[in-house]
Design a protein around this ligand. Structure first.
Ligand code: SAH
Ligand code: SF4
Ligand code: F3S
Length: 450
């Protein structure tokens, strides 16, 4: 029996990746199902859950500064403060020792226990960081979606790869796969609730295997794209070493699979990739990109890069730059290496000086800016179908959306097109976005959701 939280208001603050955003929708959903209602911020909440990210040192630092603010708020007005997600899992009870104003620590596998944990935490601090071996189904019934038109569909969690720099295998545990029937059930429920786009999620999404039938990620894509009513399907994050030709075939087979792929590279130097334990060489990565580009016309690729991994030489770094030029990514997330606890990297000297890391990161980002400017420019003059995402920070009457290739488009419109498809004629471009005007063609204006 779970405790009733009737009359209590909950606020969830999310740090980190889409998996954490999706988990936060579950955290809110589970607590709302137990009777709580939603608060608009920590100021009017009785329960505050911070869903944390541990991936880089900076992610953790950002968390501690936010928690400092919450502790001041808590002195003025008491509430129950809980930490969920990756820092919770990795630091466990140490968090309560370090931050005595925290009432509970709950790892990513304990979302379903939160009503009970919150109830207990009112009496004494609770730490819950066990990992089960099987998938714990939360389902659409206990999911408070932030953007119902674009639904997160988690299909696997965890990681067995142990890249030398990475904390995720420790914060998310071993790989666990969600049964395919549950996935398809949630897809149907999401479409009924108005989803036009699905974002299939997993730390190594393309290593998916249905625990019952053994159907792999290509089969999952086939099944999901066959669901009636779905327009766009994306998936993140793929590991290059698990990207079989069957997945390329499934991408090419359905026009519903967006021609956009996030394919983390990390380094363009085989020597560094080996030391990172990535399981592929520079040549493997380039060959995979070649096969993808040949099979999926118009495919846009995005990637992650780490600079300054221990032992990275100027020559290694140069190899990353030449690979960026060769592939032509439409976007990159680039990071300075920081050692993370528990990872293999924590045991080797972080020997690339901070100044060198800084210089390489700036050089990489400026190179990428040039590459991206060219890619974005090539869309000027085209009419693109866009899924509206909301008001643009650029001012009143201006809105933003994304193309199927995941490019950001800003445009003027008389009403908010969030969650609807519109056609925009692209009139200009910058390195990070396109801009244009709603295309007043025969049927375009705003295409309303059916
Ligand atoms: N497969 C995971 C990867 C998460 S980490 C997923 O997408 O769900 C996201 C990115 O952070 C990694 O691809 C890597 O580029 C970067 N990263 C991870 N550990 C890091 C570290 N110790 N220092 C710097 N960057 C790191
Ligand atoms: Fe951060 Fe990785 Fe955890 Fe996502 S899975 S919240 S990126 S540490
Ligand atoms: Fe991390 Fe590598 Fe897994 S980046 S999430 S250990 S594939």
């Amino acid at each position: 029996m779970s405790a009733s939280l009737a009359g209590l208001k909950v606020f969830v603050r999310t740090f980190g990746c889409q998996m954490n955003e999706s988990d936060s929708e579950h955290i809110t959903g589970v607590l709302v199902q137990a009777g709580a209602s939603r608060a608009s911020g920590p100021e009017d909440a009785d329960i505050v859950v911070v869903n944390t990210c541990a991936v880089r040192q900076k992610s953790e630092e950002k968390l501690y500064s936010y928690l400092g603010r919450l502790s001041r708020l808590k002195k003025k007005r008491p509430f129950i403060l809980g930490l969920a997600g990756c820092v919770a899992q990795v630091r466990q009870a140490g968090l309560i020792e370090k931050l005595p104003f925290v009432d509970f620590v709950a790892g990513p596998d304990s979302t379903l226990d939160l009503p009970e944990i919150v109830g207990r935490a009112a009496e004494a601090p609770v730490v819950r960081t066990d990992f089960g071996r099987d998938w714990r189904e939360i389902g659409a019934g206990a999911t408070c979606r932030e953007t119902p038109w674009s639904a997160f569909i988690p299909v696997m969690e965890g990681c067995d790869n142990f890249c030398a720099y990475c904390i995720v295998p420790f914060s998310r545990g071993r790989e666990k796969f969600r049964p395919l029937p549950n996935i398809l059930g949630e897809v149907r429920a999401a479409v009924e609730a108005g989803a036009l786009e699905l974002q299939i999620l997993g730390q190594n999404v393309n290593s998916y295997r249905d625990p019952q039938s053994g159907i792999g990620f290509a089969g999952l894509l086939d099944a999901v794209t066959a669901a009636p009513g779905i327009e766009w399907v994306r998936f993140i994050t793929s590991h290059p070493k698990n990207f079989g030709d069957d997945i390329i075939r499934a991408m090419a087979a359905s026009p519903k699979v967006c021609p956009a792929l996030h394919l983390p590279l990390q380094s363009g130097s085989t020597r560094v990739l080996e030391r990172m334990n990535r399981g592929y060489t520079r040549e493997d990565y380039l060959a995979l990109v070649g096969r993808l580009k040949r099979s999926v016309p118009g495919l846009l690729l995005m990637t992650d890069v780490i600079v300054g991994f221990p032992g990275e030489t100027e020559e290694d770094f140069e190899a990353t730059c030449t690979l960026l030029r060769e592939v032509g990514f439409s976007g990159i997330f680039s990071f300075r290496y920081s050692p993370r606890p528990l990872s293999a990297g924590a045991a080797i000297a972080d020997d690339v000086p901070l100044e060198v890391k800084r210089r390489r990161l700036i050089a990489l980002q400026s190179l990428q800016k040039t590459i991206q400017t060219e890619i974005y420019r090539s869309f000027v003059g085209q009419d693109l179908r866009i899924l509206g995402t909301g008001p643009s920070p650029k001012g009143a009457g201006r809105f933003s959306g994304r193309t199927s290739g995941n490019l950001v488009v800003n445009f003027d419109a008389s009403s908010d097109p969030s969650g609807r498809f519109v056609t925009v004629r692209i009139t200009g471009s910058g390195p990070y976005s396109l801009h244009g005007a709603l295309h007043k063609g025969a049927d375009s204006d705003i295409i309303h959701r059916p």
